[in-house]
Design a protein around this ligand. Structure first.
Ligand code: 6PG
Length: 238
């Protein structure tokens, strides 16, 4: 169940995104690791956050030179496809900041099956986080769907129960776009040093209430049990 003490509600979405951008800068500058690692979600919400990170006062305080960028999940579409989470980050963030592109690790979507792609990304992560039982990202940026999903972990999906893989395939996502997905697993998300979870929009309110008030909630957002720090940033105004 979501701990209400780590929920920060905002009266408007712009305030939510501004506060999130400030927290991204603060978190990445306190993480000791070189390079500092950040895993991005996709969907529609992050675009404004990404855009803010390309501008003062945030851009000048981001540790771009030691930042390594990963993805929380991806749709099995080409990198220039409108549903690509990589394309979203490239358009609104990566094309506008001095990140070292050799430290940008998109999830591979050109494999014959999502299972093979998931295994390939897991091998990439195991090279970045060698000899670790689980990868520990300095920052994981999450969104939440109106059904309470996080990453591409949908309610009732077997992927939610994967306690072994670092990356898994989701052949039948529970929400559009209905293309196979790749996703970090729940244990990996829980290992993050910091999670910032964005929940902007009235359509997410009911799922969020369920996940934050019912101890019996089985929504993926409610199943998150972070070992590190988490902040939920919400705004239920349209
Ligand atoms: C994805 C995202 C997903 C997203 C939620 C919220 O690939 O769809 O990573 O987990 O965070 O679906 O999406 P919106 O930001 O579009 O509401």
């Amino acid at each position: 169940m979501i701990d209400i003490d780590v929920v920060h509600d905002f009266s408007d979405k712009e305030s939510l995104f501004q506060a999130t951008a400030a927290q991204v800068v603060q978190v990445l500058n306190q993480s000791p690791s070189k390079p500092v690692t950040m895993a991005l979600s996709g969907g529609s919400s992050p675009a404004r956050l990404f855009e803010l990170l390309t501008r003062p006062p945030y851009s000048e305080n981001m540790p771009w030179g030691r930042l390594a960028v990963f993805w929380v999940d991806e749709r099995m579409v080409p990198y220039d496809h409108k549903h690509s989470n990589f394309a979203l980050a490239k358009k609104w963030l990566l094309d506008h900041v001095p990140v070292n592109h050799s430290r940008v690790f998109p999830m591979p979507t050109d494999f014959p099956t999502p299972e093979a792609a998931a295994q390939a990304y897991e091998q990439t992560l195991r090279k970045v986080f060698p000899e670790m039982a689980w990868p520990r990202f300095d920052l994981v940026l999450l969104g939440m769907g109106p059904d309470g999903h996080i990453a591409s972990l949908f309610p009732g999906d077997p992927a939610l129960r994967d306690a072994v893989s670092w990356v898994t395939a989701v052949p039948m996502p529970g929400m559009p776009p209905s293309v196979p997905r790749l996703t970090l697993t729940l244990p990996v998300l829980n290992q993050a040093r910091h999670i910032l979870a964005l929940v902007p929009g009235a359509g997410k309110r009911n799922a969020f209430i369920n996940a934050s008030t019912s101890s019996e909630s089985i929504l993926p957002a409610a199943l998150l049990a972070p070992q590190g720090k988490i902040a939920w940033l919400t705004c239920f105004q349209e």
